[in-house]
Design a protein. Sequence first.
Length: 305
Amino acid sequence: MSLNQGATKLRRALEDPNGFVVAPGVYDGLSARLALAAGFDALYMTGAGTAASVHGQADLGICTLNDMRNNAEMLANLSPSTPLIADADTGYGGPIMVARTTEQYARSGVAGFHIEDQVQTKRCGHLSGKLLVDTTTYTTRIRAAVQARQRLGSDIVIIARTDALQGQGYEESLARLRAARDAGADVGFLEGISSREEAKQAVQDLAPWPLLLNMVEHGSTPSITAAEAREMGFRIIIYPFATIGPALVAMREGLEKLKRDGIPGLDKEITPQMLFRVCGLDESVKLDADAGGVAFDGGVDLRKT
Ligand SMILES: C[C@](O)(C(=O)O)[C@H](CC(=O)O)C(=O)O
């Protein structure tokens, strides 16, 4: 069996003409556990969510390779057979760093990652004023990733993202994606698609090269469902804010309630056991018992039913 099952699975899904990958954004262990429990068969590690949760910072190129790799490694290994697509921003430096990023992501169990053509002081693709590197620098990043993948003999999927649409227009964006494809990228990612027509056009213009749709709601892109994206011909859809969006609202409301009432007033179903069960409590207890451990012989539930 391949060492990186997720990467092999993702690559096979892209080779299958009917394969379509739906990956909700996750940013920490709990959000990933919940996405897995909900039955998603792929995950997306959002860089914006990682910056927000690990550092409490905006998506402005603050996360380093180590921050991203650490988070990705934890997420990818909660369910190694479930592909994790991870944000790799600009690749974190020149070709040497991009190669290092590729190697570290591959060894960490990441199934695929995207690298973009923004400058190092990057920003979220749905903010204005983005600055880009030239096409030669961009393709050098992509080539460094492809060559690193080949040296490793890894199935890790390399996704080329361009942020050129906002400042340089559609034709320049397509030229950049074609250059990335020619440099060996497996999938294209046109960031900040601004209409359904543009989305369909990009799929057609780059066919049969697989394209990823970044479904950031209330950003530059209209709301497109998974079924619509599939119909348009996209092969992967990611929803970066799928878990951090609801978490943000729920946490804010919960904290306002606590401030007001002096008690969180949680739903009855929220017990310590319930939280820990979401996070693999029963599997861990079984693992201990299978090894001959007796620590949990008495169980962990306060009230036995
Ligand atoms: C996909 C993305 O890179 C991410 O970090 O999840 C972001 C999402 C966002 O901040 O809106 C991006 O599109 O740049």
